[in-house]
Design a protein around this ligand. Structure first.
Ligand code: AMP
Length: 483
């Protein structure tokens, strides 16, 4: 196994990486770091988000910077969004924690420029910026690019999508011709190729993945549900796996807010992230999500861009985006750092053909999931509860006095009776779900070729719609436990 120690990084950076808990380099790091450390070259890295790009360019970049006595700005990292700038800055600061005298500043739009102007009065050897705000600061003569040795364009394709093409041109035109340009992007479209031709010098290239390639650790699933039942279906999935944590993608800001309100009314730990929120509100929501205070974030594609949140078990799509690259982007929010994750589309039967198209286009297999009913949810929750009991760390010290007191109190209750009573208490904590079957008909009425869960011929993709009334099945289930 190649470790970071084999890549030629200085000790100051190696100890910082170790403190961050990075054990082995990711593929893009393995390919890029030795090359960027040993060759003073222009560079193109083609890799998706979440592959460890920041360290791939950030660690070599730090090894080129002179913290002292040099005080001028030596390197610039451009990124499309405020969130990404903040994340890159945080990571760079963590990598650089053992380099004294090195200042790293993040400047981006949507925040007060006065604070940034003030910070720029101090020497900042590395600036991380969104292109628009940097131009603004250049015009105010607060930033000088004339002594840059490196410019990194991160998520270059996204920067062009955001309309930063002219700003990027201007920034590169104002940087010294001797500087090196490192460009990172998921794709290399014609506009980017033009930037490469115009501003880069014989770049070395590392291509990690084909454009649009989807992380193989993601399981792709879909469930058919009529639009009017979609929120309830989502709630059932959320309830069926208590450790689930994810992002729900909606098409519009309005859909996003509406769903967040509905989930809020049902007391789910959820909130919305969309373009109508102020920057302060957006920061508050993302921070709550990062701190695990929210179970789900409901977001539009644009609002979620650049959001780096780890440990997401699920991504939900409440629509299949017309541009399939968005599907890949969304799904890539889960299954990070070697973990597995589920990307699930909750769609109406008339959109099932889009799943087929996605499957062919991205060469992924979809599993057809049915929507959990009350019994499934109850089983899932109780299984989880039992696991929790079994995995509880009892610590070294037992409080024997208290334990004996409780044991005495429970002396006359059998083991079975005790578990039964504990189950009843646990049931009371669960949300009630109606017994209504929410699985919708497949319009095609045959097993899709791409389905990971083939249905028997003639068997319908839904259970009987006969309702036992609210809580019907779960009551029966409870009764069985109560006997
Ligand atoms: P990036 O693609 O640079 O945004 O990185 C995605 C996430 O993976 C970040 O939260 C990093 O801290 C984390 N990460 C990057 N490289 C490694 C690594 N070699 N080992 C573990 N985590 C990593």
């Amino acid at each position: 196994m190649t470790s970071f120690h084999h890549l030629g990084l200085p000790e100051t950076l190696l100890s910082a990486i170790e403190d961050l808990g990075f054990e082995k380099p990711s593929e893009i790091q393995l390919e890029s770091i030795p090359l960027l450390l040993t060759e003073e070259t222009d560079f193109i890295g083609l890799a998706q988000t979440g592959t460890g790009k920041t360290a791939a360019f950030g660690l070599p970049l730090l090894s080129y910077l002179e913290a002292q006595p040099a005080k001028h700005t030596q390197a610039l990292i451009l990124a499309p969004t405020r969130e990404l700038c903040q994340q890159i800055t945080e990571q760079m600061q963590a990598f650089a924690k053992n380099i004294s005298g090195l200042n790293i500043l993040s400047v981006y739009g949507g925040a007060a420029i006065q604070n940034q102007l003030r910070a720029l009065k101090k020497p900042q050897q590395l600036i991380v910026a969104t292109p628009g705000r940097l131009i603004d600061l250049m015009e105010r003569k607060a930033v000088r690019l004339d002594r840059l040795s490196h410019v990194v364009l991160d998520e270059a394709d996204e920067m062009l999508n955001f309309g930063f093409k002219e700003d990027i041109d201007r920034i590169l035109q104002n940087s010294p011709p001797s500087r090196h340009t490192w460009l990172f992007s998921a794709t290399l479209n014609p506009d980017l190729k033009r930037i490469v031709e115009e501003f880069m010098n014989d770049p070395q290239e590392v291509r990690l993945s084909r454009p649009n390639e989807v992380n193989r650790l993601i399981e792709h699933e879909y469930a058919l549900v009529m639009p009017k039942n979609r929120t309830e279906a989502l709630c059932r999935f959320l309830d069926s796996e208590p450790n689930m944590r994810g992002i729900v993608f909606c098409r519009t800001k309005m859909d996003t807010q509406k769903l967040a309100d509905e989930l809020g009314q049902r007391a789910y730990r959820s909130d919305a992230l969309h373009g109508d929120l102020s920057q302060v509100q957006r920061d508050r929501v993302t921070n709550k999500f990062r701190r695990h205070e929210l179970q789900v974030l409901i977001a539009t594609d644009v609002a979620a861009r650049g959001l780096d949140v780890q440990d997401l078990t699920h991504v939900f799509h409440l629509n299949i985006p017309d541009d399939f690259a968005y599907y890949t982007h969304r799904s890539g929010r889960t299954a990070r750092a070697g973990k597995t994750g589920v990307s699930m589309a909750l769609i109406s039967p008339r959109d099932e053909f889009k799943v087929n198209q996605l499957s062919k286009k991205l060469q992924i297999q979809f599993k057809n999931r049915s929507i959990p009913d009350a019994k499934d949810i109850l089983r899932g929750r109780i299984r989880n509860w039992t696991d929790q009991i079994l995995n509880t760390d009892t610590g070294k010290k037992k409080n024997h006095k208290l334990l004996n007191e409780v044991l005495d109190q429970l002396e006359d209750v059998s083991r079975e009776e005790l578990v039964h009573r504990m189950l009843i208490l646990e049931f009371q904590k669960l949300r009630a779900h109606s017994d209504k079957d929410l699985n919708a008909f497949s319009e095609k009425r045959h097993t899709p070729r791409f389905s990971g869960k083939p249905m028997a011929k003639g068997k319908k993709n839904f259970r009987s719609n006969r309702s036992a009334g609210p809580g019907g099945k779960s009551k029966n289930f409870k009764k069985r436990f109560r006997k």
